[in-house]
Write a protein that binds this ligand. Structure first.
Ligand code: ZN
Length: 517
């Protein structure tokens, strides 16, 4: 590398590190807002967060950053920069250029106008949901969809606007392949669901026995440690909606919630968020505080949380190993319950109205529904005013149940009120990635069930560290999946995993599935 490239690169990394310092501070404010901040802090906190986010955006979209990238040979046609640069630096530049290109294409005026509108929209949504009053949210919803369409146009996706929105969460992904994968997923899940529905239902009533918060918290702390979360570099707190946030290298925080009449909720939430945090703790140290040291995508992030929550934390092997520890913590709530019974209860399948409460089989159907509606909203085939009735019709068609009102229907999720359009597919793609990783890991390690039952889950983490975490954003999600599993993204491993698992739990024989090809 010549001296001038070296200087440009080192200045670029300096700017990158400042952007990460600003976003870490912003994350800390967000964490505090969801955990300990008194209500009175809300208005001022909004201003603090908006200022920090604006500063980070300005740093990224600045004329200096553009000049540095140009000096390093980065352009839309050559995002990795000058071909003579060393490969790791070129991978870094590609990740930086991706973030920069999006930010630089959005006019500052648009970003500020939208940020202001989002604050009002979120407040209007919260009230509309509480009062079950969709019409009061509708003008804000219309504004958010209009922003989404404008954003896609700024990004150069006039012809395929949904893809422009989708690939900010999932770099490189476009609408058509997601639609194709979701069609296959929908057919496979519908078939599985009808076979499950023909069998006697599981009794999971013991999961609703009273269990005090402090007992659940004791288990949450224990299980996070068992799974490998480093307590010297993390925290566990509580919040209404569980989440994970990274303040900086060495400080990843998770939250969970404790429902005294449903202790299974904190078990799933804690394991899920631990999965997110393990990923953050495994990102490449050499690239900390740079775009290359960030997670590869929302879906890859979700694949990590769902791998631990579902593939591990909802397996029989895991509860054969861990039920004694859970019993020690939760006490009488588990009287008379063995690992088999616990496993079956944790895997009860039942179509419901609410996405976040859904089981492993129906969850992705909730996502397919949102994807179909979003896609129609962005293309203009559906207007926001038509969403309440389109939602009910889609619920009936996809899950066979209909919400009585909009609070339990199209108003249940916060995403659209924040202008997050194109985000939902990440959740279902995460399920697919998780199953595909698990299938390959199983082959590589010679059977993960026996490993889980022996309590050697550190070996699973080691596999994920090597194949996924350590890649950061140096590689795209499709490269990570192809390198780790030898195949492109496919719904088959997920459908086959569910087929095997639920045939065992509900007692039906596996049929030759309609999705096999
Ligand atoms: Zn998650």
């Amino acid at each position: 590398m010549d001296a001038s490239s070296e200087r440009a690169l080192s200045r670029l990394k300096e700017i990158d590190s400042e952007i990460h310092v600003l976003s870490g501070a912003s994350a800390l404010l967000g964490w505090d807002q969801e955990t300990y901040m008194p209500r009175g802090g809300l208005a001022n906190r909004g201003e603090q967060s908006a200022l920090l986010e604006g500063l980070a955006h300005d740093r990224l979209a600045s004329a200096e950053t553009a000049a540095l990238l140009a000096a390093l040979g980065c352009a839309d046609a050559e995002p990795s920069g000058d071909p003579s640069l060393p490969r790791p630096e070129r991978l870094y530049l590609r990740a930086f250029h991706r973030a920069w290109a999006r930010a630089a294409k959005l006019p500052g005026e648009f970003v500020r106008e939208r940020a202001k509108a989002v604050a009002h929209s979120q407040a209007a949504w919260a009230e509309a949901r509480e009062k079950n009053d969709f019409p009061s949210f509708e003008p804000h919803f219309q504004a958010m969809i209009a922003f989404a369409r404008r954003e896609a146009a700024y990004l150069g996706f006039e012809r395929d606007p949904y893809s422009g929105l989708l690939n900010q969460y999932e770099p490189g992904m476009t609408e058509a392949p997601v639609a194709a994968v979701f069609e296959e997923l929908k057919a496979g899940l519908a078939s599985l669901l009808s076979r499950i529905g023909s069998r006697p239902q599981i009794d999971d009533s013991f999961l609703h026995r009273h269990c005090p918060e402090e007992r659940q918290e004791a288990f949450s702390r224990r299980i996070a440690g068992i799974l490998g979360l480093d307590p010297g570099r993390s925290r566990l707190d509580r919040s209404a909606h569980p989440f994970t946030t990274t303040i900086g290298p060495g400080d990843v925080r998770i939250t969970t919630r404790y429902l005294e009449d449903y202790f299974a909720s904190s078990i799933s939430s804690t394991i899920h968020e631990t999965g997110h945090a393990l990923y953050e703790q495994g990102l490449p140290e050499a690239w900390f505080s740079t775009m290359a040291g960030d997670a590869a995508s929302m879906a890859v992030h979700e694949s990590q949380s769902r791998f631990w929550e579902n593939v591990v934390g909802r397996s029989l092997a895991f509860w054969k190993a861990r039920l004694p520890e859970l019993r020690e913590c939760v006490g009488p709530a588990l009287d008379g319950i063995g690992p088999e019974e616990f496993y079956r209860a944790m895997n009860k399948v039942e179509p419901g109205l609410i996405r976040v409460d859904a089981d492993e089989v129906t969850y992705s159907l909730h996502i397919v529904l949102r994807f179909e509606l979003e896609s129609a909203l962005v293309s203009g085939a559906l207007e926001p005013s038509g969403v309440p009735s389109a939602w009910k019709a889609a619920m009936e068609r996809i899950l066979g149940i209909v919400p009585a009102d909009d609070a339990m229907g199209c108003l249940q999720d916060i995403h659209w009120s924040l202008g997050l359009v194109g985000y939902f597919p990440s959740y279902a793609l995460g399920n697919l990635y998780a199953a595909q990783f698990a299938e390959r890991m199983d082959a590589d390690l010679g059977g993960i069930e026996a490993i889980i039952e022996r309590g050697e889950q550190a070996r699973l983490l080691d596999w994920l560290r090597r194949k996924v975490h350590s890649k950061g954003s140096l590689h795209t999600p499709s490269e990570i999946v192809a390198d780790a599993t030898g195949a492109p993204l496919s719904p088959k491993p997920f459908l086959e995993y569910l087929e095997r698992k639920y045939a065992g739990i509900y007692g039906f024989s596996t049929v030759s599935p309609p999705y096999s090809s």
